[in-house]
Write a protein that binds this ligand. Sequence first.
Ligand code: G6P
Length: 487
Amino acid sequence: EHVPTASIAAAPIVVASNRGPVSYRRDADGSLVAGRGGGGLVSGLSSIEREAGAVWVCAALGEGDREAARAAGRRLDPRDTGGHRVRMLDIPPGTFAAAYNGIANSVLWFVHHMLYQTPLEPVFDKAFREQWAAYEAYNAAFAEAVAEEAAEGAAVLVQDYHLALVPGLLRARRPDLRIGHFSHTPWAPPDYFRMLPDDVAGQLLRGVLGGDRAAFLTTRWAEAFAGCCADVLGAEVVRDGEGRATEVRFEGRATRLGVHGLGADGDFLRERAHRADVEERMAALRAQIGADRRAIVRVDRTELSKNIVRGLHAYRRLLEEHPQWRGRVVHIAFAYPSRQDLAVYRDYTAEVERVAREINSAFGTEGWEPVALHVKDDFARSLAAYRLADVALVNPIRDGMNLVAKEVPVVSDHGCALVLSREAGAAAELGDEAILVNPYDVEATARALHVALLMDPGERAERTKRLAAAATALPPARWFTDQLRAL
Ligand code: G6P
């Protein structure tokens, strides 16, 4: 069915991201049920203005989404989407799988998080080339949909590594638009980025530079991007008086660089964390932990970059080195399934489960299970664990920001010590009050857990207050409006 562009090109703001605010699955009785989309990006974007006429373009991720997208036509039912106007693209499954699993999650995610290591080496072969063609097609489908939705002169906010080519493709179609790209991940330093085939590396950078702005969660990732532009493209990087990169000039155009830290949504979290379903789960968790025991909590997608296995090894070392904690602490580890279409994620999930079992059989006693691993995604239970945690372990190898580190202090009931990887973007904002660790250093992480458990309750509560203030300094709504204003 052909819908004339003029009648629909009306949105003053368009947001484009792979994952949208909603995902659909088929229930046992065959009906389509809507759930909340996961990950930091969706948490950040979910506060975007619903009234201002913004349209959110995203991809159908699975069969349930595809059916919902087909049934809905142009817009999903706003009752499912938290009130957002959402257009979900029904990209052919083969193209989507190659672009999302193949390029975005197996190549770009690995490059930006520096996850390649023997025997997980990148191989850029014929199969890669086919996937790359799919990534181009997938990006083109987004560019086309955005071009249809955007009103004359509209602001377009393109999200993340899935859509690196969209700003360039969109500018070619709609030079009237103001286009920004935002990376929710780290950006790889030039020496690592250059691992990509030269033409692909160049295309990705040119794609992002097709926008008026390229924005990042921290200065560190913005600098890495500027470094890649200089190194791979020979672009000129403009710096301010303090030496900070502010703009990239390439082929007669200038793209401004921006840094927008994303904070926790304090009002939403505090309200949500005190509802009945959370209280119920707190009671269940307390029963599982047992009286007079401390809780070390982690909440992650089961994601290689989150470094869950080293976290477990550190906990084991804590129990070995400091036997006084045996029987006195429980490690509550929530590791929610993620990207299970990829073998490397399935293997990682199995490894997490294996190491947790190993610790339990080595140290567990009648009435004390040292690791409580939960794999079923449950937001209310995550909040319950945040509230009662004594220590939060957030030890990613690399992370764009990490919102768990920011959410825990906001809802913590009696103060929580934060053991935080210095390689998470959040460390730039929370570093003064958290206990920072090198995420590869299992011994140092074990020591940090010990120090965290011993922290005086008064000091812990004070630090948590300061952490919460830092964590909510840039609420998501502000993150969004700052970018719009800057565009
Ligand atoms: C990170 C990425 C997001 C992504 C999320 C969940 O936060 O920056 O773009 O949506 O992980 O990953 P998934 O592959 O499940 O969308």
